[in-house]
Each structure stands twice: as C-alpha cells, then as structure tokens.
Ligand binder design. Sequence first.
Ligand code: FRU
Length: 550
Amino acid sequence: QDLDQPYRTGYHFQPPRNWMNDPNGPMIYKGIYHLFYQYNPYGAVWDVRIVWGHSTSVDLVNWTPQPPAFSPSQPSDINGCWSGSVTILPDGKPVILYTGIDENKSQVQNVAVPVNVSDPYLLEWSKPPLNPLMTPNAVNGIDPDRFRDPTTAWLGLDGEWRVIVGSSTDERRGLVLLYKSRDFFNWTQSTTPLHYEDLTGMWECPDFFPVSTTGSDGVETSSFGQDEVKYVLKVSLIETLHDYYTIGSYDREKDLYVPDLGFVQDETAPRLDYGKYYASKTFYDDDKKRRILWGWVNESSPAKDDIKKGWAGLQSFPRKIWLDESGKELLQWPIEEIETLRGKQVNWHNKVLEAGSTLQVHGVTAAQADVEVLFKVNEIEKADVIDPSWTDPQKICGQDESSVKSGIGPFGLKVLASKDMEEYTSVYFRIFKSNDTNKNTKYLVLMCSNQNRSSLNDENDKSAFGAFVAIDPSHQTISLRTLIDHSIVESYGGGGRKCITSRVYPKLAIGENANLFAFNKGTQSVDVLSLSAWSLKSAQINDESISPFI
Ligand code: FRU
C-alpha cells in the first residue's frame, strides 16, 4: 500500500487516476468482460466533456486498462460522451447506444459500433455518420437538458427493437421514453412512455430487465415467451442521488410497465443500496447465466481532497442480482469470483457476544477483508418498542451512539478501527418491536452503516445510512457480509436483502493499523453462530505497468 495513497482500493475497480462516475455498457463478449465508465481524462472532478473509459477482464476481478473507447469527436457528441448501454444483436455483435452532448449543448442519443468484431477486446469503436439517432425537439416536447442514458435494447414480439431513455417534464414527472426500431439505427418515439411517476424529478440511468421467478439464474434482456419472469425498472433519481427499483410486469402488447406496488418516494422505498451508490447498471452474463450489477460509488470527501489525491470514484464490487422467492424484493451478493482473492481465514463458532462486549477478530488484514457473520438474537421479547415517529431508518441509524441504549443491539462489526477506537466504522443491527392494533407483536430489524466515528478528519461527509431488513428475528438468524477495502465498506444484510455502501477516510486506521471487531452494545447477549473472515489479496486493477493507459 502506497502510504501517500491510503484510500486507494485493493480490489474495487478504479482507473489509475482522475475522475470516474457511472458504469457504462458492461458486457461479456467472446469470453472477455468489458466495463466502460464515465471518465474525465483531465482531472479528478467531473467535466461535461467526459469520455468512455474502458477496461477488460477475464474474471471480473482483475482488470486490464484499455484506451478510452471513444471521446467527443463529432457534432452529435462534441460536448461530451455521456452514459449508455450495450446491446448484443442476434448475430452476436455488440452495439453501444449513448448520450451525446451536441454542438448546441442538447442531449441526443448516438450509436457506436466496433471497428473489428473479431477482436475480443473491442479496442476501436466508430460512430456512424447517421448520428444522432434520437433528438429532443419542440414537437415531442422533450427538454434538451433532460434526455439521456439509453438502456440495453430488447426485442418485441413483433421483431422490433425497443429502448428507453430517461427524462422528466417541467412538472417533475419522471419518465422513461420508449423508442422503437426495425434495424436498430432508425428509431421512432412511441406516443406513450414505458412508465412514469409524478413528482419524482429527472430519471437518470434507467435499467429495465427481466428476472426469473423460479431461481437465481439471470434472464437475457430480450428473452420472451416464458411466464416465469417479472420485470425490474430501476431509476436513479437526481433529486435524492439514490437508485430506486420496482418489480412488476411488462405488457408486451401495449408496451407498458406496471409495477406491483406503486412507487412511493420515501425513506423506505426499495433501493439497490442505501449508502453511497448511484447510476447502477446490470448486464446478463451469458457465460455463467447470471445478471450482474455494477454501481458508481462516489467519494464522501470534499473536492479539494479529491484533487489532492488525484482521483475520485469507485465501482462497487460486481454483484449477482436476482428475485427473492417472495417475488417482492431483489437479492444481491458479491460475485463468487471474489473467493479467488481469499487468503488467510479466521473462523469463530458459537461465540456469545455478551451485553456490552467488544471482541477483536485477530489474524486477517483488516483493511482489505471479506467478513461473513451469522447472528442469533436471544430473548427477542426484550426488544425495545419502536417509537412510532421513527419511520426514517437513516435517522435512527444517525442517533448519537453514546445516547443509544437498547434491549437488543446495536450489535455487529466495527471495521477500519484504530487500536484505541479513536476511529471506526460500525455496521450493525438493532431489533425493535411494534404492536399492531390486534396486539400482535411484530419485530423490526434495522441495519445501519455509521460513519460518524470513521475518521478524525471532520471535513468528510460522515452521515449514517440505514434500512429495515425484511426478516423475522424471532425465527431467523441475521446474516451480515461486509467487504472492507481501505476507503470503502460494502455491506449485505439478511442474505443480500439490503445493501449499504460507505466511503470512509481514516487517519489512523490505515493499512496494518486497521483492526476488526465484533461488538454488542445492547443489554442482551447475542450469539455469533459463525464468523468467517478472510484476508483478501489485491486484484490487478488497471495496472499501468501491464498495459499502457492513455
Ligand atoms: C449520472 C449522470 C448521467 C449522465 C452522466 C454524465 O451520474 O448524470 O445522467 O449521462 O452522469 O457523466
């Protein structure tokens, strides 16, 4: 670890330097995984004239840097190459649809195609003179500043392609505009959007994909004909900077998406991640028959610090994503390839975390680790009754720790902790109960990732994150998986029902001086049925000595 760069990661994707935001066009092609990303070659802050950075991998863990796939070069994208997606055509050829900022600073949709389809690395892309393919105009009433981020396209029953583009109206109605095409190059706008919701503001980076109702395998975006799928629509709301999803059905005749439950934009609305996480995108991995999710994890530090360290932005570790058996929520889990990085392992079995105790997990590199814990709560009836006004999980998680006294929990992990606990990031659960009108007791599991004590440097955003996990702790164990990587803490609660990603910048708990603890601040003991922690080796992430990075 470079002492001048304590916050660079060992296995989370990042370019060698400069600014990165959204993941773009992830795919697998001829056995090679590709990730493109919004990249500013000129510095560590966002710039409108952003380009498509590009890296390739054989395992989604180690990445080879490639020259940017394309940059502003023609009237339809001269002011920036913004986000977009890849579609694999029936003949196996990949095509990119992306947003260009044109010579009039208007957002338009463009296409890019590989120059040489026999090259599995797809190093060169060309932009056909046909661009732009879709433009906002006075007739269709689209605002030229709110027309971006085309998804992967899919085929309809009539053999025509469909794609959606994020937008909003002046009245803050968020929507995904639908376009159709026979040949993928000439597109016509449908009179009705695929879906909209009032008062949600601009929808960025939509993602629309089928999920299986019978297992965790992924479903190819264009597949149709089976009954055994539901659809997911994910949108990134610019007003809150969170990624929200709904699960529903897709009426192929009318080309309408109908969510099972309406979209309520409050603190408990389903999100892919309840921490620092935005502009995510999935792709179908045909090799391993799974759907994989990437998401941009921004810094929580002031821009001046990003400029000083010369970089900003990470991608989350790639996650497999699928529909829970209940059909009501999505599950996420780090892709299995992470296991290739595992080194030394520490195991605990059936340990009791006494009330008020803190136990150190010795023997792993605590700054770069993978930890999995299974908790079992005792005497659940001792849980505190939740204050009915506590509806916002993030606010409960943000309560001053010293004032929190509760029956069950907080219990969990303190990660990236300094020896004497001057610094730590805590990832934990609290259990509450509530009584409904029939006097039936219901238990609530709150999951928190609290950055409040993460660094002696107070200039970073250290607000806490939280979510309720839909499990019943009176019957079920509570699992926590946490990926720790120097300045990022990615946590999966309840088997991937809720995910929370944090960025932290310890001053003391760096490298060898980082520690890992299990803790229980509640007044009741909690059982650790098992705890496994692994030191993780560093992956090769865009190492310039392996391949020159331009
Ligand atoms: C989301 C976003 C997209 C846009 C891109 C520009 O973070 O604002 O809507 O295409 O970033 O870099």
